[in-house]
Write a protein that binds this ligand. Structure first.
Ligand SMILES: Nc1nc2c(ncn2[C@@H]2O[C@H](COP(=O)(O)OP(=O)(O)O)[C@@H](O)[C@H]2O)c(=O)[nH]1
Ligand SMILES: [Mg+2]
Length: 190
């Protein structure tokens, strides 16, 4: 978080974390399509070849809060295992995290692994993972053979008071709700 008192601007960093292909980039694309103004660009750094993205970055202005102008800086991480060091670096100085889980039953273990890895990365910076605002997003609720919400909560929520949103990112369902939740948590903590 960076506050420029002269301009009364505050920069907030929110990271969308999760296993490969859970829908993190789709979240940012939907937010960009719905909320970002003309001047706001979604920047995607692609690695060679496929759709794999090194990370995405979306700056977003939101309304004033207590006389300060918050600017949200939304980032995603690359899910593929070889980008482990990039995933760690993107978490540096993070103010809030949206954990995008793939709700398909077959992906439960990958979600759990990604959550554990995230905890390790946060601790490697000396952060206390419990102290960082976190929202869980259970995505892909349109698909068949899903883990029940209670199962996902039980395996992914480090404590009982972690909020969650169900989502269908490709249809824009639950995307704004997720963003609002994490922004509220971050601003409240501030
Ligand atoms: N059926 C379905 N597919 C989704 C949903 N969200 C994302 N996808 C698809 O999952 C794939 C991976 O999405 P992407 O946003 O690139 O995942 P990332 O690796 O987490 O950034 C793409 O083909 C998306 O269209 C969803 O809610 N439902
Ligand atoms: Mg992506």
């Amino acid at each position: 978080m960076y506050i420029n008192w002269r301009l009364r601007e505050i920069d907030i960093k929110i990271v969308y974390y999760g296993p490969p292909c859970s829908g993190k980039t789709t979240n940012l694309e939907q937010i960009h399509a719905k909320l970002a103004g003309q001047q706001s660009k979604l920047i995607s750094l692609k690695t060679q070849g496929d759709r794999t993205l090194l990370f995405d970055f979306l700056p977003l202005e939101i309304g004033e809060c207590k006389g300060l102008k918050p600017r949200l800086n939304l980032y995603t991480v690359p899910g593929q295992s070889i980008y482990v060091s990039t995933r760690r670096l993107v978490l540096e100085e993070v103010d809030g995290i949206v954990f995008v889980a793939d709700s398909q039953r077959s992906r439960l273990q990958e979600n759990i692994q990604a959550m554990h890895e995230m905890g390790r990365h946060l601790r490697s910076f000396g952060y206390c993972p419990q102290a960082i605002p976190l929202v869980l997003q259970f995505n892909k609720r349109d698909l068949p053979d899903l883990s029940p919400v209670a199962t996902l909560q039980q395996h992914l929520a480090p404590s009982n008071d972690i909020p969650y949103c169900e989502a269908v990112a490709t249809q824009g369902i639950g995307i704004t709700a997720t963003l609002k939740q994490i922004v509220n948590l971050v601003l409240t903590k501030m």
